[in-house]
Structure formats: C-alpha cells, structure tokens
Design a protein around this ligand. Structure first.
Ligand code: 13P
Length: 249
C-alpha cells in the first residue's frame, strides 16, 4: 500500500474543501486506488473539524499538522492536544516537520509528541531530514539516525508510525536528491529501524521535498519508498492528481 500525503502547511479556507472533493472524485474513478494507495491530506487546524466531517465516509483521510506535547487539557494558551484533535475523527498526525523544528521544537518535545499521539491512537507521520550543511559534511545518515533514536522508543507499535524523509534543502526549493542517493538513504533508514527496533516487518517510509508530477517519475522505481509527503503540489487538485497519475504510468 502506497501513501500520497498532502501537507497544506499554512494554506486553506473553508471553501478549499473543493480541492479535496476533486481529488476524492479522482480516487473513486481510479480502479487501482483501493488496493494500491491511500490519500491523506493535512489541512491547517482551522479546517480539521469541517474536513473530517465532510470526508468521513469518503476516501480521503485527514491528518493534523502538529499538536501540543503534553496533557489532554491544560493551561497552554493557544495550543491543542492530540486528545482534542482525535475527538474530531482525525486519525493521522504529522510530527517533527522541519518547519516546526526550526521554530523551536526540540527532540525532547518531539519525543513527547510521538508518545502522546500514539497513546491517542493516531497514525504518526514522523518527519526527519538533514540540512544542507549536514549533507555537505556527509552527516546525513548520522543525523537521520539520531532524529529517529531520540524520538522513538522500543515499545512503540511501528504499524502506527510512518517515517517521512524530507531533506531540508529539498523542501520548497525544486531540488531533489538523485535516484541513487535517495535509494541509498531509504535503504539505510529502513535497515536501521528494523535492526534497532527488532521489527519483523519493514517500516513505512515516505519521501518529501519538491515532489511534483515531474520529480515523482525519478522516484517511481525506488521500491523502498512507500509514498510521498507533498507540500506545494498538494494545494492544487490537478497537481496532486498528476503526481498520482505519473507515478503509476
Ligand atoms: P514541498 O513539496 O513544497 O517541497 O514541501 C515538502 C514538505 O515539507 C511536506 O511536508
């Protein structure tokens, strides 16, 4: 099963459900959709309740983009907990996005977020990725392993965790890793997780960073990838559908 997950970041107003409607219609028409792939969309917090109701019995699953790292309820002005989001019927959550890390989210906080999200029965999409400097210094794998080890504990149910490898230098830049480089990193991430957490199955791994209808073709043959986390191109139904079409052609 592959995943095409859209991350709208700070985008969308109530009428933007029309974008998802079109994607949903495509999914329903596409004969291979049910068996081959899932679509998950992460709109901003303001749209979660409306979208989770609208798409409840449809094919698109709704994800949150983040949540608070402590408590179900508490004196945390301006924040919402995974408990509160889960009550909206939202079943996926993105944690540790590099844009959240850049605005002060530490690995300790991310660890707590993962733990609380799993307790609330979410499917966690955990983002990891190296920056330009780490890549230049050949510290990519070291960085990724540290990010994984510091946020995931042994006892976790890896069937509820999806790792999203998003090199920071690739997000929103139009630059993507070479086929060879991404295959190597994807293999290394999966191998590391399998060994460290003694898994009997392969963990799920997505790639994110400037995925569009053209770049997706480069990655089509990387079997280690279980899907894509798509930013900019998920804001248009046409661009998003073109990614799926091009992936399967
Ligand atoms: P872009 O697809 O816009 O590069 O964003 C990737 C991303 O950050 C998804 O979470």
């Amino acid at each position: 099963m592959r995943y095409f997950i859209g991350n709208w970041k700070m985008f969308g107003i109530p009428s933007s459900f029309k974008i998802l409607d079109k994607i949903n219609q495509y999914y329903l028409k596409d004969k291979k959709s049910n068996k081959k792939y899932k679509i998950v969309m992460a709109p901003p917090l303001t749209l979660l309740q409306d979208f989770s109701k609208r798409f409840k019995n449809k094919k698109i699953l709704i994800s949150a983009q983040n949540s608070y790292h402590q408590d179900n309820y508490g004196a945390h002005t301006g924040f919402v907990s995974p408990f509160m989001i889960r009550k909206l019927g939202v079943s996926y959550i993105i944690i540790g996005h590099s844009e959240s890390r850049a605005s002060g989210e530490t690995e300790e906080i991310i660890k707590n977020k993962v733990s609380l999200a799993l307790k609330n029965n979410f499917n966690v999409i955990l983002c990891i990725g190296e920056n330009q400097k780490q890549k230049r210094k050949k510290m990519t794998l070291k960085t990724l392993k540290k990010q994984i080890s510091n946020s995931i504990m042994k006892k976790y149910n890896f069937r509820k965790i999806i790792i999203a490898y998003e090199p920071i230098w690739s997000i929103g830049t139009g630059k993507v890793p070479s086929h060879q480089e991404l295959k190597k990193n994807a293999l290394a991430i999966k191998k590391f997780i399998k060994q460290k957490y003694r898994l009997k199955f392969n963990p799920k791994l997505l790639y994110g960073g400037s995925v569009d209808k053209t770049t997706v073709g480069i990655f089509r043959s990387i079997n280690e990838l279980d899907g894509f986390l798509i930013g900019g191109a998920s804001k248009s139904s046409k661009n998003f559908i073109d990614i799926i079409k091009n992936f399967y052609t």
